[in-house]
Design a protein around this ligand. Sequence first.
Ligand SMILES: Nc1ncnc2c1ncn2[C@@H]1O[C@H](COP(=O)(O)OP(=O)(O)OP(=O)(O)O)[C@@H](O)[C@H]1O
Ligand SMILES: O=P(O)(O)OC[C@H]1O[C@H](OP(=O)(O)OP(=O)(O)O)[C@H](O)[C@@H]1O
Length: 215
Amino acid sequence: MQELLKVAMPKGRIYKQASKLFREAGLAIPDDADDSRKLIIQVPEANMEFIMAKPVDVPTYVEYGVADIGVVGKDVLMEENRDVYELLDLGIARCRMSVIALPDWQPVINPRVATKYPNVASQYFREQGQQVEVIKLNGSIELAPMIGLADRIVDMVETGSTIRENGLKEYEQIFSITSRLIANRVSYRMKNNAIQALCDRLQPAIAAATAGAGK
Ligand SMILES: Nc1ncnc2c1ncn2[C@@H]1O[C@H](COP(=O)(O)OP(=O)(O)OP(=O)(O)O)[C@@H](O)[C@H]1O
Ligand SMILES: O=P(O)(O)OC[C@H]1O[C@H](OP(=O)(O)OP(=O)(O)O)[C@H](O)[C@@H]1O
């Protein structure tokens, strides 16, 4: 019998895709665990316990070892910069991090950039040699250039419909994003059999899903 794995699972849009991938890997994972208000869900069929977390908190739970492994977007991993192992690119929740502004944007004297990702944005503009004031927001980032809070934003683009519907334009793509499987450093050693077995099951499922999506 392998060790129980505590898994930090993001509630919201990643959960459905992650649980589908886990099922395709042969694990009996429910697809509706995030529909209830329960925050800790036992999945005895897969010898797992899910900790249903806010996506941005997943790396924190994993770094502190209260979860052995977790599923999290690359955007959050880059922003949070936690001390965890990144084990697998799950290929799900594909989107990109971009610089967005109004279509008539021109460089301004005191540029302001609004974003949910202040560390990523600051590093990007520093590397570009541009001095900007970064304003942290927690959602509806696209509002910022529309109402004059910032002249640019750094945010996620998937289908492009949010920027289209708000009359904005994507200027630069900073990096592409998918969700990753991460592990606590100690758990990776202590529960190596269980974690390795999970990776071995997930890998062909990821390859099949990626081939199926024509990517
Ligand atoms: N439009 C999108 N399309 C695909 N993936 C996305 C999109 N937006 C975000 N993601 C990915 O999904 C992850 C979780 O996003 P989600 O919107 O569920 O959470 P959140 O906005 O961080 O949390 P909350 O809903 O609690 O504010 C992101 O970190 C990113 O990796
Ligand atoms: O290109 P699209 O397919 O339109 O997706 C992009 C949108 O999705 C995310 O927002 P989310 O739904 O997480 O809402 P938020 O504003 O609360 O971050 C992101 O912040 C964009 O606003």
